[in-house]
Design a protein around this ligand. Structure first.
Ligand code: GAR
Length: 187
């Protein structure tokens, strides 16, 4: 199947609230597959209930290249020309990244290039930042380092905790990602 950039496969590992926002606000693109490296990811059941095709396989203890190959084959089979990582918490190997180069987006809970990796809200609080936020970026081999295509900011207040900050940023993620994905899919 020739990949169509307006057909989107979403990769999740857990809750899948960003995936839900991408499905519910899909305009100018169509979600053809939701895939996960965790068969118990709650987001999978939500997608299935809505008649969206799903694929999952537990990646724990698996050879990275083998897992990536099976996932990549399934993504190609779905006809998706764009892949949206949405809380996908497994590192993808270089062969996978090259296979889908320039066609993958990720949402990250920080104002990149600040706070790549994990614990972004705690790190923003610890640093005493006046603002924090989220970024949508193109996925490249270097973690959280690809071109940033969209960002949203939230103020950090004295009363903020990791939990309140996470909640504020998540609201922005759900608005930002569908818009950024629609633009990326139409490029
Ligand atoms: C989101 O906050 C997303 O930005 C973050 O995980 C959460 C997933 O929530 N992603 C990363 O940290 C990627 N490094 P969700 O499953 O409800 O969308």
């Amino acid at each position: 199947m020739t990949p169509d950039p307006r057909k989107v496969a979403i990769l999740i590992s857990g809750r899948g609230s960003n995936m839900r926002a991408l499905v519910e606000k899909a305009e100018g693109y169509e979600v053809t597959l939701v895939a996960s490296n965790r068969p118990s990811a709650p987001g999978l059941a939500w997608a299935e209930e809505r008649g969206i095709e799903t694929w999952s396989e537990d990646s724990r203890g698996q050879d990275r290249a083998d897992f990536d190959k099976r996932l990549g084959d399934r993504l190609e089979e779905s006809g998706a020309g764009t892949i949206a990582l949405a809380g996908f918490m497994r590192i993808l190997g270089p062969d996978f990244i090259r296979r889908f180069e320039g066609r993958m987006l990720n949402i990250h809970p920080s104002l990149l290039p600040k706070y790549k990796g994990l614990d972004t809200h705690a790190r923003a609080l610890e640093a005493g930042d006046a603002e924090h936020g989220c970024s949508v970026h193109v996925v490249t081999e270097e973690l959280d380092a690809g071109e940033v295509v969209a960002q949203a900011r939230v103020p950090v207040t004295d009363s903020d905790t990791i939990g309140t900050l996470e909640a504020k940023v998540l609201i922005e993620e759900h608005k930002l990602y569908p818009q950024a994905l629609a633009r990326f899919a139409a490029r």
